[in-house]
Ligand binder design. Sequence first.
Ligand SMILES: [Zn+2]
Length: 313
Amino acid sequence: MDGRNPAFAERRSPEIEIIDIAPNLKLLNPQPPIPGYGMFICSYLLLGANKVLVDPGPSAAVPGLFTALDAAGVGPDEIDYIVLTHIHMDHAGGTGAAIKKMPHAAVIAHSRAIPHLVDPERLWNASLKTLGQLALKYGQIEPVPESRITAAGDRMKIDPGGLDLEILLTPGHAIHHLSIFERANRILIAGEAAGVCIDGAVRPATPPPFKLEETLASVDRLIELAPAKLCYGHFGCCDGGLERLKLYREKLITWHGIINAEAAKGKNAAEILAVLTEKDRDLGYLEKMDRDEYAREYTLLLNTINGMAGISL
Ligand SMILES: [Zn+2]
């Protein structure tokens, strides 16, 4: 298995906005103007009989998204579907802003996400509480007209005969989470159901409220698909998808054990992170990050640890 994430081969090249993943799949990096987020937000563009955009990103990324679409030769009026893996701001906060220029796009989201897309006030307040200043940098969440939204059913097909996409509901990272499987090339766009991948290394993404059993059940469903390629919500795609999912399943259990054992000794999340950094070589990626990237990861890792320790925010 090639452990490298090709998206990172040129990670210091800020002008790169499009990465070809497969003949019918491109990664669009909208590069929002937020320090440390230049290689973090991913939108995926699937090109078949229909054109499908997965996760438009936060409002702050929408201008970059349109630039990337333009560079890919796809006009916003050509987008048929926007599929949301989940409605955290960094994935879907910009949906309302984006669809204003995408007159033909139907938004497909988990049924539990729909009330928050239509009336984002509660989501915005919760995001402010959880993310603080970062929520302001991601930008306001504009509402999505209910008439534009379709509820995603489990095993729902999109563009059959064209892209042959299948949606799986995969709660865990969020209760309203889904993943997308492209059958012809066995590509899984996992959102955050397979964790976060930084330069080939994977870490759990388990913010509160977190349920281990539910998360493992979703990973098991993805393992059954035996994907060849795994595309992460953060950041990029890797070969060896099935093996990566199996390793992620093990890592969830290992981290859950370490975190709860250390929490039982009275350690806080920052102290537990120090233990994990010693025990999990994958966290070596932290040493390669610049200050802003490290600050981003540090905050997200504390969220992940708090989720696994059952600490609500
Ligand atoms: Zn998320």
